[in-house]
Design a protein around this ligand. Structure first.
Ligand code: IVH
Length: 673
């Protein structure tokens, strides 16, 4: 290909890729198959590789950049980013309208009602149609320049599209983390022993402040754009028109926005979403009501803080009052004691809540939660509801302050709170509650993957003394199982079969399954990759482990301490004796080529992936011996389901083909290396 041909072809390909990105991410209406899209992107990458000087920053291949050093630079907003005045009732909304009526001397006004996205506001600057800068709200006058991070969000176009792209544009909107991503990320974090994010908003804000765009790409953030702050070379006369034009330019606008002929329609909209908000893939904390006509907006103007032409109708935080009947203490698999309030069941945000976490004894003391108290419980983005506050006016006269237990409620051993720690722990390693939790973790899909070994069963096995540690699982006989509740011969056989199969799981899974403190899936993988099995890990010194990239002192210390204990070494020996694989199998060839762990497996991709391009996914799967095919059939091993998946997902569900999300895929790829 000559250079001249390359220039032309690159231009065509970029145009096509952008058009399809928009159809896919913005309009949710793809015109071509994922494969065809991949082929376009792949061809573009190939030519760009051949002619590196033709690569421009706005090429769709250049989304995710390198980590930056130091702090994020700041940027002064040319138009201040105001916030919105809040209202909480229909009456207050009517007052808002009355103020407008008085001010403009007219009593019929059209509005646009939109969901108020609970994320983090962002300003996107486009010049000559190219994304030149992205800035957070900051204090409203000056924000952080987060351009590299914004580029890593797939639904933010690097270049505007369509007819009449304005010479300059500042669009504003909200970056958010979809709920499914929030839950997946928190699960990963907890697996690694890291503090989970409190809610999707914190996770989104934390991600956008990251200095490494690759983290943003991985998180899978998304955006809704809802305003134009500045525009040159284009006349806009209403908000509704603006939303349409933004959409035409390839900016992702929320399809739930509605033009309302009057306030009654606005109120109906508010009511509609009050109930439906739990069904959304993102959190909203209310509705934003905006006067549609720009000339009216201008006439109404703004105070120093808020525009007078818009207001937020906030939904009350989802709280409910109920009574604390008991405070029980749960024992985790590492012996951590967590106080939990047992409540009169109450309905909250679409589900019935009968328990709420109290986190730790300090938290209880701070809130002074007592049995008999009426409390407000709250459900944020978090999965587990929490006690927000005690309604002191309703406190019965005979309550007493809650006292942390001196002994473990499950085994009666001494419960100790170490100096400087917030958690109290049961130090008895054979505490049945700890064993139950540990066995449940051992059997998890990400660990030894023992299907059918659920909570109720584990409870019985531990209660009857059939399982005192992991190695007992491998000694279970059919007659042990058939004596248990709800366990017939057939299910017993199946379970034994599953337990038997788990013996062949890779050592990295075993290491994770053993549940050492701070050793999540990733650390387990890194350690086994380096040491090829538990034997060498047991012998490794702290320094040796700390020398490994990504293994810090907490992990190294925890692993070392664990293997120092004679009882733990004996446990590993018993597992090994039972036939559980503790060491990597020697590579078939003495080369560095990765074992093709996906040998012969067919993968199908559907929906939008966030952190990886389809080409990267394909290359990675192929490097591991798998294949990516275009349609789902019985031969398909795995369907990778991204955002807004198409009919392939349904077909996979029909055929019972295993479906995984991007996150799981990433794990599989890492683990299959
Ligand atoms: S319009 C002049 N529309 O809410 C302010 N804001 O409390 C114009 N927000 O900082 C804002 N969804 O980050 C607007 N559909 C929406 C919104 C929205 C969320 C946020 C925005 C703003 C905050 C104000």
């Amino acid at each position: 290909m000559t250079r001249e041909e390359a220039v032309k072809r690159i231009e065509t390909l970029r145009g096509e890729v952008r058009r399809h990105e928009r159809l896919y991410y913005v309009l949710n209406a793809p015109e071509i198959s994922d494969q065809e899209y991949d082929a376009l992107e792949r061809e573009l990458r190939t030519i760009e590789k051949q002619f590196p000087d033709l690569v421009t920053p706005d090429s769709p291949t250049q989304r995710v950049g390198e980590r930056v050093a130091g702090d994020l630079p700041t940027f002064a907003h040319q138009v201040p980013m105001l916030s919105l005045d809040n209202t909480y009732s229909a009456d207050e909304l009517r007052e808002f309208e009355e103020r407008i009526f008085r001010s403009i001397g007219r009593r019929r006004i059209a509005y646009v009602a939109e969901q108020k996205i609970d994320g983090l506001s962002i300003a996107l600057h486009y010049e000559g149609g190219r994304l030149t800068r992205a800035v957070t709200r900051g204090d409203g006058t000056r924000g952080d320049d987060v351009t590299s991070n914004a580029r890593a969000i797939r639904s933010i176009p690097l270049a505007l599209q369509g007819q009449d792209v304005p010479e300059a544009l500042e669009a504003r909107g909200e970056v958010y983390l979809p709920r499914s991503r929030f839950h997946a990320i928190n699960q990963e974090r907890e697996g690694r022993g890291e503090e989970p994010f409190a809610n999707p908003r914190n996770a989104a804000a934390g991600s956008m402040k990251s200095l490494d765009p690759r983290i943003v790409a991985e998180r899978g953030l998304d955006v809704w754009l809802y305003a134009v702050a500045q525009v040159q070379g284009c006349a806009l006369s209403s908000h509704w028109e603006t939303l349409g034009r933004m959409r035409d330019w390839g900016l992702r606008t929320n399809p739930a926005a509605r033009r309302c002929a009057g306030l009654d329609e606005v109120l109906a909209y508010c009511e509609e979403w009050r109930e439906k908000r739990d069904t959304l893939e993102y959190d909203i904390d209310g509705i934003v009501v905006k006067v549609d006509d720009f000339s009216l907006q201008k006439e109404l103007g703004a105070t120093s803080k808020f525009p007078r032409w818009a207001i937020a109708y906030k939904y009350p935080a989802r709280r409910a009052a109920t009574v604390v009947r008991d405070v029980i203490v749960q024992v985790g698999r590492t012996g951590k004691l967590t106080p939990v309030a047992v409540l009169d069941p109450v309905s909250l945000a679409g589900s019935t809540v009968s328990r709420a976490t109290l986190h730790n004894e300090e938290e209880i003391a701070r809130k002074d939660v007592r049995v008999g108290d009426t409390v407000l419980i709250e459900k944020g983005g978090d999965v587990i509801p929490k006690v927000f506050e005690v309604v002191l006016s309703k406190r019965p006269s005979d309550t007493i302050a809650w006292m942390p237990p001196a002994i473990c409620p499950a085994c009666g051993a001494k419960a100790v709170r170490a100096e400087g720690e917030v958690d109290r722990r049961c130090l008895n390693r054979s505490c049945p509650a700890q064993i139950e939790e540990a066995v449940k973790h051992f059997a998890r899909r990400e660990a030894m993957d023992i299907e059918g070994l659920g909570e109720a069963l584990v409870h019985q096995l531990v209660e009857r003394g059939l399982v005192r540690d992991f190695s007992d699982l491998y000694r279970l006989r059919l007659e042990d199982l058939t004596g248990l509740e709800r366990m017939a011969e057939k299910s017993g056989c199946n379970l034994l079969d599953q337990i038997g199969k788990s013996k062949r799981r890779e050592p990295r899974r075993l290491l994770f399954a053993l549940g050492l403190r701070f050793v999540g899936e990733r650390a387990a993988m890194i350690l086994t990759r380096r040491f090829h099995g538990l034997d060498a890990i047991a012998r490794a010194s702290i320094e040796e482990m700390e020398g490994i990239h990504e293994i810090g002192p907490a992990i190294a210390g925890s692993v070392h301490d664990w293997f120092q204990q004679e009882s733990n070494r004996a446990l590993v020996a018993r597992l090994r004796a039972a036939g559980v694989r503790t060491e990597e199998e020697p590579a078939k060839e003495a080369t560095n080529t990765p074992t093709p762990t996906f040998d012969g497996m067919q993968f199908v991709l559907t929906g939008a992936l966030h952190g990886m391009t389809r080409e990267e996914v394909r290359t990675a799967i192929e490097a591991r011996g798998g294949r990516v095919t275009s349609s789902v059939s019985k031969k398909t091993a795995i369907v990778v389901v991204g955002a807004n998946p198409g009919s392939k997902h349904e077909k996979a569900l029909d055929l019972g083909v295993r479906c995984i999300d991007e996150n799981e895929l990433r794990k599989m790829l890492e683990l299959a290396l």
